[in-house]
Design a protein. Structure first.
Length: 674
């Protein structure tokens, strides 16, 4: 084979470039410290690198979560420890105060210290970590606990149901409100409590100002005189002779009642409990009024509240919806043509809710411009639209369209309309539907069916309503075979369809919305693959709720140390408020404190167990991070000693190839011409 000079030069350049490429690769590994710089260098290493980097990144995120979770639980544990110290200190003070040898001054000093410790438990309840309140459930941006001073206006209640069996004409009594004394004279005989109140209230308004004193009679017949907020004292006395003492038939004893203060704990904007305890100086009437006014403001009650309420005028077919309380369904109706604002809607709903389910079962109220339903007795409420008239009752198909202006039904059978299925639509030429309304409880027939008294001819119902919207456009006749024929004017077509009411949207709710109740607000961190842990404790788990919470124990202690020997609680027994009086002494509070401490210790044990688990997980993640980081380095990182040796070798080879190439390409044919 003939070898030319060009062949030598070309082969030399190829080998020279190969040597240079190997040297460049070694140089790249030397400068980056990595085995490869692009996936094509080694796809296997590249794919492993992606997996290892994902694993390391995931572990690092789990470590961040674990660190945050551990810090949160440490702050929680510290707060619980401080709370335990407070309870223990209060217990020591209670034992000291109950020994019976302390002076009044010493007892009051203990009471003052307990009052300060009572404030401290509220501060502990508002413990925060990194700006997040640890006992607030999901609502971590606001302090959950607040001690609220509440002033109860004076109120008087009869000792027995009012007795209207006699003649009340000429009855008198004296009522003194904040120094303004007036003799009230009754001028007639009243047959019912409603008649009595209707006559008495104007007298009270004239004497003291509108709504300054409100007289009411409850369902059990008990009479109450309630003062508005800001009133300091009510005194009721006998009649002014001559006359009949009205206190006899009103069953009210002569007495004077002054306003009273009490302190309640609120949790996330709602009372943690309103049932007690309160001082024995608070009258039953005052406590019952407070309870009734605030029974829907207790934390943990099932409630349903959605969109903002906009005032509206009720129009057919959006006049009905259903409320289900624990499976019992009752219908709520609106009055067509009535304008409803939020306050009026709340009043009307409460009247219907009390009638449907009984007093104090479900309460409607407003909050931030929204309508709210609260379950006072029960577990769950649900709302649904009501009403879906099927035009097949008339012999038509929903969505049926006229042909040449005519639409004829199949054979018509008489029927009786019933709430809420009273409405259907007729739409002319694709315009706005016209709602046709039937009358509840009325039977409809054709003219040939000879309606009886109280029954209506269907033609006579349809024609006036159609003409009110489309004058002279429609005629309704009976067809052969007992059908209904609806005819539109020439050149016009129409559609008949079912009516689908959507009353709830008008009220700001969605169809089928259900209440929520006592849902655990658990903040959960993911600290491993499939490894989730709850990090928070809700305040109600620590402080308790209702009449037997820690705050209530402190309140009873304060009353006992002030020398009070009784307190009251109030409960709702199937719609009847029951006020219970309890006699107590200071040492009786030791059992309550022990109960509070046991509740706290149970929570601390749970938090401690979670802390131990988080610490173990954190240690494992540290080991995993080291292991996976090592695997990632072994897969990606170059062996620098090996790279240096290889770089030096490739550099020597490259220099040698340059030297050899220089000798090959230097001689030419010209060098041998003589």
């Amino acid at each position: 084979m003939r070898v030319t000079n060009n062949m030598l030069v070309r082969n030399m350049m190829i080998n020279l470039n190969n040597n240079l490429g190997r040297m460049e690769k070694a140089q790249q590994q030397m400068s980056t410290g990595k085995k490869i710089s692009r996936p094509s260098d080694d796809p296997i290493i590249a794919s492993r690198a992606l997996k290892f980097r994902t694993d390391v990144s995931e572990i690092e995120q789990f470590q961040k979560n674990t660190s945050d979770a551990l810090s949160w639980t440490e702050v929680t544990e510290s707060a619980l420890s401080n709370l335990g110290d407070v309870i223990q200190r209060v217990r020591e003070l209670t034992v000291k105060a109950s020994n019976g040898v302390l002076s009044v001054d010493d007892t009051l000093k203990i009471k003052e210290e307990i009052s300060q410790l009572k404030k401290s438990i509220v501060e502990i309840g508002n413990t925060a970590y990194a700006g997040r309140y640890v006992f607030a459930g999901f609502k971590t941006d606001e302090p959950p606990y607040k001690a609220e001073k509440i002033t109860l206006p004076p109120a008087l209640k009869s000792i027995a149901p009012i007795d209207l069996s006699g003649d009340e004409t000429g009855s008198k009594f004296v009522l003194n409100v904040d120094g303004v004394e007036t003799a009230i004279t009754l001028t007639a005989d009243y047959g019912t409590p409603a008649d009595f109140i209707a006559a008495l209230q104007p007298e009270l308004d004239t004497a003291f100002g509108a709504d300054k004193i409100k007289a009411t009679v409850d369902t059990s017949g008990y009479l109450t005189f309630a003062a508005e907020a800001g009133t300091q004292e009510i005194t009721i006395g006998p009649d002014t002779p001559p006359g009949i003492n009205a206190l006899n038939f009103m069953k009210i004893e002569e007495q004077s009642v002054v306003e009273a203060e009490m302190e309640k704990l609120s949790y996330k904007g709602k009372f943690s409990g309103i049932g007690g305890p309160v001082s024995g100086s608070v009258t039953d009437a005052m406590y019952e009024i407070f309870y009734n006014e605030n029974m829907d403001k207790v934390y943990g009650q099932p409630e349903l509240m959605m969109g903002k309420f906009e005032e509206f005028t009720a129009q057919a077919p959006d006049l009905y919806f259903d409320i289900s309380l624990d499976g019992t369904v009752e219908r709520i109706s609106l009055t067509e043509g009535t304008h409803y604002d939020l306050d009026f809607m709340v009043t009307e709903l409460n009247l219907q809710l009390d009638t449907a389910f009984g007093p104090d079962k479900v309460k409607a109220s407003s909050e931030n411009g929204r309508l709210k339903f609260t379950v006072l007795q029960g577990e769950n409420i649900k709302v649904n639209n009501a009403g879906d008239f099927d035009v097949s009752s008339l012999g038509f198909s929903s969505g049926g369209k006229s042909s040449s202006g005519m639409l004829e039904s199949s054979a018509f059978t008489s029927f009786t309309a019933a709430v809420p299925d009273l409405f259907f639509n007729i739409t002319l030429d694709g315009g706005t539907p016209t709602t046709i309304k039937l009358q509840d409880g009325v039977t409809y027939k054709l003219p040939s069916q000879t309606p009886a008294a109280g029954e209506n001819i269907i033609n006579d119902v349809l024609i006036p309503q159609l003409n009110s919207t489309y004058p002279g456009v429609f005629t309704v006749t009976e067809g052969a075979g007992g059908t209904i024929q609806i005819q539109a004017a020439a050149g016009q077509e129409f559609t008949i369809s079912d009516s689908k009411p959507d009353t709830l949207t008008t009220l700001g709710f969605t169809d089928g919305a259900q209440s929520t109740t006592n849902q655990k607000q658990e903040i959960v961190y993911e600290i491993g693959v499939g490894n989730n842990i709850k990090i928070n404790v809700e305040g109600t788990d620590i402080f308790g709720q209702g009449t037997e919470g820690l705050f209530e124990t402190f309140t009873k202690l304060e009353m006992a140390l002030e020398g009070q020997t009784s307190y009251k609680t109030i409960t709702d027994d199937s719609g009847t408020l029951v006020v219970t009086n309890y006699e107590f002494e200071i040492d009786d509070m030791l059992a309550d404190l022990d109960k509070d401490m046991n509740r706290l210790l149970k929570v601390r044990a749970d938090v401690g167990g979670r802390m131990n688990f988080i610490e173990l997980t954190d240690n494992r993640l540290k080991d995993d991070n080291i292991s996976f980081t090592g695997l990632m380095s072994k897969n990606e990182d170059a062996d620098m000693a090996e790279v240096i040796i290889r770089l030096q070798m490739e550099e020597s080879v490259y220099r040698a190839s340059l030297s050899t190439g220089a000798r090959v390409i230097q001689p030419t044919l010209v060098d041998f011409i003589k």
